[in-house]
Each structure stands twice: as C-alpha cells, then as structure tokens.
Design a protein around this ligand. Structure first.
Ligand SMILES: [Zn+2]
Length: 116
C-alpha cells in the first residue's frame, strides 16, 4: 500500500497514512457541507500522527461519537476519528489535506448524512 503524507495548512498537525485511495465520500451533514471535506475511511492503525497529540483540537457535536480534529492555529480539519460498528477504531482522512492524492481521479460518492 502507498504511504501518503498529510497535514493541516500551517503544519501544526501532520500525519502519515498507508492506504490506496480510490474511493471517497462527500457528505451533506451540517458539519461536512460547511467544511467541504472529501473523506476516505481507514483503520486508525493505518494513520500515524507525526506532530504532538496535544496540538490537535477536537470538536464533537450531535451524538458526539466522532472526534472532528482541527488545527487550533489554521483551523483546517485534516481528519476525524471514530469507532466502526464492529468496534474497529477508524480515521476519516480529509483527502483535501493529502497533497499527493489526485482528487479528480477519486471515485466520490455523495453521502446523505443530513438525513441519517
Ligand atoms: Zn494548522
């Protein structure tokens, strides 16, 4: 699998992720429609945070089950964290924060999170 580097805009949050990104989602929920994220889900274990864990800010809303991670300096949202129904810890990578991913080559599905 390919190794990708991702970060927020200012670099305070940086990470590596091992994945072959082909599929991703956009979402129309109250958070995603504002943030404009393009998300791909990977096991949390496939992602390594390279910057101090204390440097991330976390926003939770609604059921509060998803940690929406953002940078307290530049405000960008590089990833989220949550637990899949089977108990697997997952990360939702914002592929807009992974510069070597060709966003136009992704198979993007529009997820109707607003109705979920
Ligand atoms: Zn930043």
């Amino acid at each position: 699998m390919a190794r990708h580097e991702g970060s927020c805009h200012c670099g305070r949050i940086a990470f590596e992720v091992e994945a072959d990104f082909q599929d991703a989602i956009t979402c129309n929920c109250s958070m995603c429609r504002r943030a404009g994220t393009i998300l791909a889900f990977v096991p949390r274990a496939a992602m390594t945070l390279k910057t101090p864990a204390d440097d991330v800010a976390v926003y939770r809303f609604g059921s509060r089950t998803i940690a929406h991670v953002f940078c307290p300096t530049c405000g960008i949202k590089p990833f989220g964290e949550g637990v899949a129904p089977d108990g697997t810890e997952m990360a939702a990578i914002n592929l807009r924060c992974v510069p070597d991913v060709d966003l136009d080559a992704l198979n993007i599905t529009a997820h109707d999170g607003a109705s979920a």
